[in-house]
Design a protein around this ligand. Sequence first.
Ligand SMILES: Nc1nc2c(ncn2[C@@H]2O[C@H](COP(=O)(O)OP(=O)(O)OP(=O)(O)O)[C@@H](O)[C@H]2O)c(=O)[nH]1
Ligand SMILES: [Zn+2]
Length: 208
Amino acid sequence: MTTIESGEPEDGDLMASDGKLPVPDHVAAAIRTLIEWAGDDPAREGLVDTPKRVARAWKEYCSGYGDDPGIHLSRVFEEVGGYDEIVLLKDIPFQSHCEHHMAPIIGRAHIAYLPRNHVVGISKLARVLHGFARRLQVQERLTAEVADCIWNGLNPHGVAVVIEASHACMTARGVRTPGVAMVTSRMMGVFRDDDRSRKEVLSLMGLS
Ligand SMILES: Nc1nc2c(ncn2[C@@H]2O[C@H](COP(=O)(O)OP(=O)(O)OP(=O)(O)O)[C@@H](O)[C@H]2O)c(=O)[nH]1
Ligand SMILES: [Zn+2]
C-alpha cells in the first residue's frame, strides 16, 4: 500500500495509510490559521488533528462537486400500467451550506413531477437533491437547479420543487433569529401554467 503523508498529492482518490483522504499541507495550514484567529491554540492536543478532520469534513459536505446529478435520471421505467398522475417525493431531509457564510442549511424538500411516458426510480429524486445540496449554495439556486435537472432529464409535463430550510447563518450568528424557515419553490410546465395542477401538487405536499 502506498503511504501518503499530509501535504502530498491532492488527488482525492488516493488514500493515506490510515485509509483516510490525504489533506494537503496548505489546506491544513489554512484551518490552523482560522483556529488561531478564532482565539485558540491550534498546537494544543485537542486541536492538533482538527485541521485534517475539518478538511475531510468539508470534502464530504461538498461531495456534490464530484457528482453530475443529471446522471441519476438516465434510467427510466416505462411499464407503469398507464400511470399518468403526479409522482411526489415528500419531506426529503437534506443538508447544505450557504455560500455566504459556509454555515449549515438544514431543511426538507418536496419534489414532484407529472410524467410524460416514463417514470424514474424514486430514490433518484433524492439523489438529484443531494447532488446539488452538497455544494456551497443559496436556497434559490438549489431549488432552481433541482427543478431544471428533473425537467431536462425526464421531459415531464410538469415539475414542482418546494424547499423549506433553516439557515444557521441566521440562527447561530448575525441576526440570531431561530425558528424561522425560508421557503422557496419552482414550478415548471403544467404546475406553472395551470392553477388546478398547481393547487393539486401543493395540496399533496401538504402546503395548501
Ligand atoms: N437569499 C438568500 N440569502 C441567503 C441565503 N443564505 C444566506 N443568505 C443571506 O445572505 C446575506 C449575506 O449578507 P451580507 O450583508 O453580505 O453578510 P452579513 O454581513 O454576514 O449579513 P448578516 O447575515 O445579516 O449578518 C444575509 O442576509 C444572509 O441571511 C440564501 O440561501 N438565500
Ligand atoms: Zn449564510
